[in-house]
Structures are given as C-alpha cells and as structure tokens.
Write a protein that binds this ligand. Structure first.
Ligand SMILES: [Fe+2]
Length: 311
C-alpha cells in the first residue's frame, strides 16, 4: 500500500557491514538462524524461505557500517532524484563493493546512503504472532531433543548510532520521508516508513560517531525468541540482552552480541503502523521508557559504539 501524495522510501532494501573476519561473521549469522550465502567476495544475508537479500557483509580491517540502501516505488524514481537534489544532499560515488544503481549520497554523519527502485519488503500488516497454549489434560512440552531452531522471517528494523538524534530525525524525515513514531529526546528516536512498516524501520541511538547498533529480525513468538537465545548461547555467543519487552514498539526481544560489539535482535510482535495510520508521534518519552518494560539489567557496554570514528 502507498500513502497518497507522499514521497518517501518504503523499505530498507539492504544494509552493508564491513567485518574483519568473514568466517566468523558467517558462523555468527548462521547460528542466529539466517541463510548466509557467498556473494562477490563477501557474504549475503537472507532469511530462510524468503527471496530477498537483506544484508551484505564485506571484508575490511574493522567492523563498520558501510552503507544503507533504501527502496522506493518505480513511479517515484524521477521525483525522488529531483527531491534529493532540492534538499542539497551531496551525491557520491557508489562505495566500494556496491552497485551504482539508484542515487548514492552522503547521509547524516556522512553515512553513505542509496535510494533505488526495489520491491517493497516492509509488510502491509502486522506480522503473525502466536502464543500456543493447550487445554486441560494436554501436554505443551517441547523436548530438547526435538526443539526447533529459530529462523527469523525478515528484517524488521535497523538501529544506527547518530551524533545528534534530534537533528538526524529531522534530516531523515525531510530527506527520506521517514516519520517519527516515538522517541526520548536526544537519547533515541524510532522512525517508521510512511507507506506502512513496523513501529520503527530505522532507530537512531546517541553516540559520539556513526555506526551500527543492531539489526533486528522478526520472529513469530516469544518461544522462538527464547529458543533463539538458547541457540546463540550454545553456539558460544554468551553476550547479549534479554529476553525482555520494549516499551516503544512493544516488541519482545533478545539481542545476541556479535563478535564486534554490535547486536542482532530477535523481535516479536512489534507494533505496526499502516500507510493509512496517523501515528501520534511523541519525541519526549521518559528515558526509562526508551529501553524496556521488563527484562534483565542492561549489560555493560550495550549501547557503546565500538566502530572506528572518522569519515
Ligand atoms: Fe530493535
């Protein structure tokens, strides 16, 4: 669905992350439950049973967010290019390893961004969520020997560090047509897509410099989040946060910390904002509500940015 008369990106088409060890990156994301494929000297992140490529991993000396590519509707291509020029963005060459498709430009904090015509991969409605219960006299037991592995269904959202959350929110609203859903002053902002998306498609987290905080992947139950957390712990990824429930977006979560200090999140039952909805944006929630309703204490370093600073 398309919100009438609104020029805006409809999806995160994909993200690209530089990593110092592709083999370790493959091990982490395969343990997480993604379909990791070889691609052009790097890796591609797919979800099992879904045709879309959600992410790319490219070799580099340090882990670093390389770029984000956003999808737009075919009929908006010319208007979007003119809009970007009218907004005065600096056009750039495609970053190393990226195709020149669409328009490349320097985003807030200098992060390379791309808009291109692409399939809309944000859902049209809230994703299915199940809570299986059984009646009297029946057993709900799931035996360890037959417990299913968690396989996320799709990318839900992407959370990046920003040097100025309030200014970046205005920038992403003005340039890409994202919309504030909820936020907590200069600490964090959650932006949704105008043409229908989860409560947040892009989250902005305050930091001294740009970087990736987490990618978030949709699953269908709290049970899958719990099983996912167990499969990551068993695979040796002992650092993480959860299981818990967020306030803003209301999703259940578990974050597995990757080998480089950023995170991959299992998310379930996140609020959905359709293209027909005028969400009552609130940028000034209590900071205590910007993290969680319930769950374990926040681990030390959870919102630290371990990526190298600089251009
Ligand atoms: Fe998240």
């Amino acid at each position: 669905m398309k919100r009438p008369n609104v020029l805006a990106i409809h999806s995160i088409d994909h993200f690209a992350l530089e990593v110092p060890d592709l083999a370790e990156a493959r091990r982490f994301f395969e343990a997480f439950g993604l379909d990791v494929r070889d691609e052009d000297g790097g890796l591609a992140l797919h979800t099992h049973g879904h045709p879309h490529r959600w992410g790319r991993l490219l070799p580099a000396p340090a882990k670093r967010l390389h770029y984000i590519s956003f999808g737009i509707f075919t009929e908006d291509e010319a208007a979007f290019a003119a809009h970007l020029d009218a907004q005065g963005v600096e056009r750039i060459a495609a970053p190393a390893g990226a195709s020149a498709e669409g328009v490349w430009f320097a985003g807030f904090d200098g992060l390379p961004l791309n808009v291109r015509v692409a399939n809309k991969v944000t859902p049209e409605t809230k994703s299915a969520f199940s809570c299986i219960s059984v009646g009297d006299g029946e057993s709900a037991a799931v035996f360890n020997s037959s417990a299913p592995k968690t396989h996320p269904r799709r990318l839900s959202h992407f959370a990046i560090f920003s040097t100025d959350v309030i200014a970046a929110t205005a920038w992403y609203e003005r340039v890409l047509g994202l919309r504030l859903a909820d936020g907590s002053g200069p600490v964090v902002a959650f932006l949704h897509g105008a043409h229908g998306s989860d409560h947040h498609l892009l989250a902005l987290v305050a930091s001294s410099h740009r970087g990736l905080h987490h990618s978030s992947w949709d699953v269908g139950s709290v049970q899958e989040i719990g099983l996912g957390s167990a499969q990551m712990l068993r695979a040796g990824y002992k650092r993480g946060w959860g299981v818990g429930r967020h306030v803003l977006g209301a999703n259940y979560f578990y974050y597995a910390t990757d080998p480089w200090g950023s995170h991959a999140e299992y998310s379930a039952d996140i609020d959905f904002i359709p293209a027909t909805c005028e969400w009552p944006a609130n940028a000034n929630h209590d900071p205590g509500d910007s993290f969680y309703l319930w769950g374990p204490d926040l681990p030390e370093g959870f919102i630290d940015n371990f990526e190298p600073a600089g251009a």
